[in-house]
Design a protein around this ligand. Structure first.
Ligand code: GAL
Length: 562
């Protein structure tokens, strides 16, 4: 389906015009920013693969010192996880004081950092790691410390000075949160956030050092129509962005409090957003808390497998020196990490969702696919997936398979089968034989039930060919094929919009059966330019509103990239 591609250069890279224009743009940028011009979205993106590392927040919140950071940096190396790719150590909120010095500079908290920040950065670098830091696009961080943004009521922001200070310390990665962002009278929140994040981008362009830029802006709009507008602009400025709620943090007063529901919630709100990401620009579903208290080993496997299927950043946030050998083996599993770090950077497609399981498929760069099955239920589950279940219709289709947890291989499988423990996730790489043919552009089409009620189980509705969007059951009426000319097909019939009504009809290829998909997620009928709308009353086409929940759809995303 001709999705409106994420706004990357629309001219094909091989096109001589594109090359000429890029060269021209480079010259202009070099002239503007010489001698220290570094563009954000150049031909060599700063984060071509989802960033990996460690951050203190989800385990320690503000309860840390320089020593805590360095002990974890050390554990990252000693555990072997750094060598597996977790290479950036980021200090989150609370590292700075509430006020600036007399020159307007940020000051590190002297209790936590008695020798300042620079030696800490140097020590992290000396371990062969990169160093990340936290700031805020508003007047104060979420913890109430000095922010980089405009003061409340308006005035001078500090983006440039702060970016220069970070560069002088050797910072490689900046997480810019979005608490306390000031919006002038009459200015929309969306515009205020955009101005602030754009200013940070411009500041980073001036410091002569490549700094990966993680934006928290979308998280401040989750559940509101503007969420999709903010998600549409963040990639112009940064390499990754948080779209929603924080993952549950460790609470020393209740160390064993279960945290899997929080993992499920973040997974659920991240999965439908694949259309916003592509190599160099990543949706960030928040920290990997797997291995820490509150998650079983099965749940740790699930978090790593699901994040990897979504090409999500993998930023551990636990006390690394307390990770057990089994958790280290899971978090360092090379085969699963290679799914996360696959250069195509696809979001997994939700092939099927029932009340107890999700089946996901992710296209990989080398002709392989990754398949994962999450068992959300409290009971063990046996699963068998045929080639047809995975979208391969070629006769006698067989594939070679590798179970990424056990390493078990089969060179001539015709089904994938596994016993999956409660809250565990099975994950395989498969290589289909040529007889299998290309995978169908197949999967569930979903929409969000309501803006925000933080209930992973009821958040997502599945479009059904019986004429509505309903609780996902995994039935064949929820399996859709998106044809190349933009028809939505289920059980060999096509979704048809005529006279405001939406019905399933025999497929004809006419405009009333063809849909345009745009970046925010509207499905727009080619015949009357109206939006597919799902309400309690059923399906209809109606005038497209401003990012209405009833009109925002997620399609099998693996096939929507430019
Ligand atoms: C939140 C953010 C967390 C952490 C915290 C610090 O807004 O989502 O990841 O950075 O602020 O105060």
């Amino acid at each position: 389906m001709p999705a409106q591609p994420p706004a990357r250069p629309s001219t094909p890279k091989g096109d001589p015009m594109y090359r000429a224009r890029s060269l021209f743009q480079l010259l202009i940028l070099a002239a503007l920013f010489a001698p220290c011009g570094l563009a954000a979205n150049s031909a060599h993106p700063l984060a071509p693969l989802p960033p990996m590392g460690w951050n203190d927040w989800a385990h320690y919140q503000c309860d840390y010192t320089a020593q805590t950071i360095l002990e974890n940096a050390d554990a990252l190396v000693r555990s072997g996880l750094a060598a597996r790719g977790y290479n950036t150590v980021t200090i989150d909120d609370c590292w700075m004081q509430k006020t600036r010095d007399s020159d307007g500079n940020l000051q590190a908290d002297p209790q936590r950092f008695p020798n300042g920040m620079k030696p800490v950065v140097q020590a992290v670098h000396a371990l062969g790691l990169k160093f990340g830091i936290y700031e805020d696009a508003g007047s104060e961080t979420c913890g109430g410390f000095a922010g980089s943004g405009q003061p409340d009521g308006g005035g001078k922001a500090h983006f440039v000075e702060d970016a220069k200070l970070f560069a002088s310390w050797g910072v490689d990665y900046l997480k810019l949160d979005g608490c306390n962002v000031y919006a002038a009278k009459g200015e929309s929140q969306n515009a205020a956030y955009r101005t602030a994040y754009r200013a940070e981008r411009a500041a980073l362009n001036r410091v002569g050092r490549p700094i990966v830029f993680s934006e928290s802006a979308p998280a401040y709009f989750q559940g509101a129509p503007d969420w999709y507008d903010v998600l549409s602009w963040v990639r112009h400025y940064g390499q990754l962005w948080r779209e929603g709620d924080d993952i549950a943090t460790f609470d020393p007063k209740h160390p064993d409090a279960p945290r899997f529901q929080s993992v499920m919630w973040n997974y659920n709100y991240n999965l439908p957003l694949g259309r916003f990401q592509a190599p160099g620009n990543w949706n960030d579903a928040d920290f990997i808390i797997g291995g820490d208290s509150g998650l079983t080993l099965a749940e740790t496997r699930s978090q790593l497998a699901l994040w990897s299927m979504m090409s999500a950043p993998l930023i551990l946030s636990s006390n690394l020196s307390q990770l057990g050998a089994a958790a280290i083996a899971v978090l360092g599993n090379r085969a699963v990490l290679s799914v996360d770090q696959d250069p195509l950077g696809r979001m997994a497609t939700l092939l099927r969702r029932t009340s107890s399981l999700d089946v996901l498929l992710k296209q990989l760069h080398n002709g392989q696919d990754a398949v994962a099955v999450l068992n959300r239920s409290p009971s063990p589950l046996h699963i068998e997936l045929s080639a047809a279940d995975l979208g391969f219709s070629g006769s006698g289709c067989q594939f070679s398979t590798r179970d990424l947890w056990t390493g078990a291989q089969d060179t001539q499988a015709s089904v994938l089968d596994a016993d999956i423990a409660p809250h565990d996730t099975a994950i395989w790489k498969i290589r289909p034989a040529p007889t299998c043919g290309a995978p169908a552009r197949m999967g569930a089409i979903t929409r969000i039930a309501s803006g925000l009620h933080r209930d992973a189980e009821s958040y997502t509705l599945c479009l059904s060919s019986t004429g509505n969007a309903e609780a996902c059951s995994g039935s064949s009426s929820e399996s859709w094929t998106v044809t190349l000319d933009g028809a939505l097909q289920s059980s060999a019939r096509c979704l048809t919009a005529a006279n405001g009504k939406v019905t399933m009809q025999a497929c004809t290829g006419k405009a009333e059966q063809r849909w345009r998909y745009d970046l925010v997620g509207n499905l727009i009928s080619r015949s009357d330019r109206q939006c597919l709308t799902g309400t309690r009353e059923g399906l209809s086409v109606q005038a497209c509103g401003h990012n209405l929940n009833s009109q925002i759809w997620s399609l099998p995303t693996a096939w929507l990239h430019p």
